[in-house]
Design a protein around this ligand. Structure first.
Ligand SMILES: [Fe+2]
Length: 345
């Protein structure tokens, strides 16, 4: 069996019928797997946590906790979500398949088992699991590099954590799809990962950069892109990393992109990033109130640095999430007037 080390591969068979368990176990044992058995949902979950199997064959109908619930719980837990779950269903049970997909199941097998099909499915899912696991490790390495970078820079505090939370909230506010929201959140952690390649003397320099220092600082976006590019799961995040310092009028870096040539998620992310820098305290500045922060961002939008439509959505988002009710109506009124003036001029 190529690429799959059978001797170390563990298969967990979950079924309340002893005979069904026995049939599956014997077929799998013939292929050389180490087979574990559980007769109900709770003991299956205990066994998964204790034994970390490579794949689970899960009966749908069981008394007490059914197979869907077992699957949902395993997929909701970071420690077990990568273990492939194969639902074992009756022939033509379309409803069971649909519910299985909803619960996060990875594949289906029909009872009674076709020996060859069982063998092929189990083998390919174990191989897939090992690949995913490697990928997962690679992602974790990237996130921990990003954390190290953040902790090196005393200016930022919990900047990333706030970006992740606000990225999720603003992404949902804009009605973005789930993948885009996830990319925005990952961008929160990873956007400045390229600072790992910037010398302390520059990164930690108090005060303004000399022009040649600023040129070096700018390279953090391309270094970051290079670090994350090899991973397929980072495909949606790399445009955020590369382009989060572009400006709407083309005066940003690294490519001087203009308008909607700037990838949309990078435009969205940039607003969150700037707002956070303004509204939180740094060693060299106090924290601005939401109103003050928005006013500064609007001045920049007037200079044509930001997408005006997106800026308006962001202001609305900040009203809804951050501005206290007492000041809100006065401020909202002022904002509407200002927007009307801007549109008219
Ligand atoms: Fe940056």
């Amino acid at each position: 069996m190529d690429n799959v080390d059978i001797n170390s591969a563990k298969v967990l068979v979950v079924d309340d019928h002893p005979f069904s368990r026995m049939v599956a176990s014997e077929l799998l044992a013939l292929d050389g797997y180490n087979v574990l058995e559980a007769e109900n949902g709770p003991s299956a979950i205990d066994l998964v946590l204790a034994e970390d199997p490579d794949i689970i064959l899960l009966d749908v109908m069981m008394p007490g906790m059914d197979g869907y619930e077992v699957c949902r719980r395993l997929k909701a837990d970071d420690h077990t979500r990568l273990i492939p779950v194969v639902f074992v269903t009756a022939l033509h049970d379309r409803q069971a398949r649909l519910r299985g997909i909803e619960a996060g199941g990875d594949d289906f097998l029909i009872k009674p088992f076709d020996e060859l099909e069982l063998s092929a499915r189990v083998k390919s899912l174990i191989r897939q699991k090992r690949l995913n696991q490697d990928l997962d490790h690679a992602e974790k390495v990237l996130f921990s590099i990003a954390r190290t970078v953040e902790s090196r820079d005393p200016n930022t505090g919990d900047h990333c954590e706030r970006l992740v939370n606000r990225g999720k909230a603003f992404g949902e506010f804009l009605g973005l799809c789930r993948n885009d929201v996830r990319d925005l959140m990952w961008g929160g952690y990873l956007h400045d990962i390229g600072k790992v390649g910037i010398a302390d003397a520059i990164l930690l320099k108090p005060g303004k950069f000399a022009p040649e220092e600023f040129e070096i600082m700018k390279t953090h976006v391309t270094i970051g892109e290079r670090i994350c590019q090899p991973l397929r799961t980072m495909r949606g995040v790399t445009p955020i990393i590369r382009h989060h310092h572009e400006r709407w009028d083309g005066s940003g870096y690294p490519d001087g992109l203009k308008g909607n040539d700037i990838p949309y998620l990078a435009q969205v992310f940039q607003l969150i990033d700037i707002y956070d820098a303004l509204s939180s305290e740094r060693p060299y500045k106090k924290s601005f109130t939401p109103q003050e922060s928005i006013a500064i961002m609007e001045e920049e939008a007037d200079r044509n640095w930001r997408n005006p439509v997106l800026m308006q959505s962001f202001v609305e988002f900040i009203y809804v999430t951050e501005i206290n009710k007492p000041n809100r109506d006065v401020w909202l009124d002022r904002y509407v007037k200002r927007t009307e003036q801007r549109v008219a001029s």
